[in-house]
Design a protein around this ligand. Structure first.
Ligand code: ZN
Length: 327
């Protein structure tokens, strides 16, 4: 019975070898005989070993394309410690590749200018509306951001959020909804530090960690950046990778927490091409912003994202450049 089994196995093995050679997998074909000869030779009659041989043959057949994987596995068995080190190196390598990729992908591209669903609307207001970009920092949050999103359609409005990286995963559903609606997602970096005070490595971390967090949720990197406290220097500018967006209307919403004052500050100072600074951390801010949209829409204003504003004004925003308004 055993010899019958063995015969069958030998036949299976040779058939596989033929297939492998036919497929042109020279490396694999050379490897199989070396391994199987060794095993079969040492423990000839043992059914357990025969079983192992069969298993390894099957594995090799499946791994026609994964020659590299097989090789790595062999190394692991021989030197576990070295393999550990090796794995770390591979990880490091991956990060480097990701970094290289990021430098090219975080750059401002025209595909991020506006959500395709907004195209018809944007064309319809081109040249006949005053434009204003409402921007919200320090979020996302659940209740306030969500209330704002719930009220945007009423005014055909889309806004820009400068999100804090360490809040992104916690409020991912809100962020995702905001993005899918056609709002613009910018970076406010990772943990709201004064970027101008940071060492280059820390600065890079603040930017990159946020980029990755945002991409994990919405599938793309933030298209813009606003440094916390509006604080930047030349190093920040060169590290940003995207346009830096400041503001020219400050609602001071964080200070007074009064919806009427938020509304007044916007309405009183509103002008074509303005960028308004707010924070979606407060109910008073969201209520004030909604009140302001209600008033301004009767004054011929349209509420657009920063990139939509640039598009409608025929301006191309450039990475590392600072914008307070777009006229
Ligand atoms: Zn902030």
């Amino acid at each position: 019975m055993m010899s019958k089994k063995k015969k069958t196995l030998v036949t299976v093995a040779s058939v596989i070898m033929v297939i492998a050679t036919v497929l042109g997998c020279v490396v694999i074909a050379q490897k199989i005989p070396a391994d199987s000869v060794k095993t079969t030779g040492t423990t000839a009659g043992s059914p357990t070993t025969t079983a192992t041989t069969t298993q390894s043959t099957t594995t090799t057949t499946t791994t026609t394309t994964t020659t590299t994987t097989t090789t790595t596995t062999t190394t692991t068995t021989a030197k576990p410690t070295t393999t550990k080190k090796k794995t770390t190196t591979t990880k490091k390598k991956t990060t480097t590749t990701a970094k290289e990729e990021k430098i090219t992908t975080t750059k401002y591209t025209t595909t991020q200018v506006y959500n395709p669903d907004r195209k018809a609307y944007l064309e319809s207001i081109k040249g006949n509306k005053k434009l204003i970009a409402l921007t919200f920092d320090d979020g996302p949050t659940n209740n306030y951001t969500v209330k704002l999103l719930d009220n945007l359609d009423k005014y055909n409005a889309r806004v820009t959020f400068f999100v804090v990286g360490d809040r992104v995963s916690k409020y991912s559903s809100t962020l995702n909804r905001a993005y899918k609606m056609g709002n613009e997602i910018g970076s406010h970096t990772y943990s709201h530090k004064d970027l101008a005070q940071l060492k280059p490595a820390e600065l890079q971390k603040q930017i990159e960690k946020t980029n990755e967090e945002v991409k994990k949720v919405i599938g793309v990197y933030p298209s813009l950046m606003r440094p916390p406290y509006g604080s930047y220097n030349n190093t920040v500018k060169s590290a940003a990778g995207v346009p830096i967006i400041m503001w020219n209307i400050d609602t001071l919403d964080w200070k007074h927490r009064d919806k009427n004052k938020v509304c007044q500050n916007i309405v009183k100072n509103a002008h074509d091409g303005a960028i308004v600074l707010m924070h979606d951390l407060y109910g008073s801010t969201v209520d004030g912003a909604i009140m302001a949209m209600d008033k301004l829409q009767h004054e011929g204003y349209a509420f657009v994202t920063v990139s939509e504003l640039a598009y409608l004004k025929g301006k191309t925003l450039e990475p590392g450049k600072v914008y307070n308004s777009i006229k």
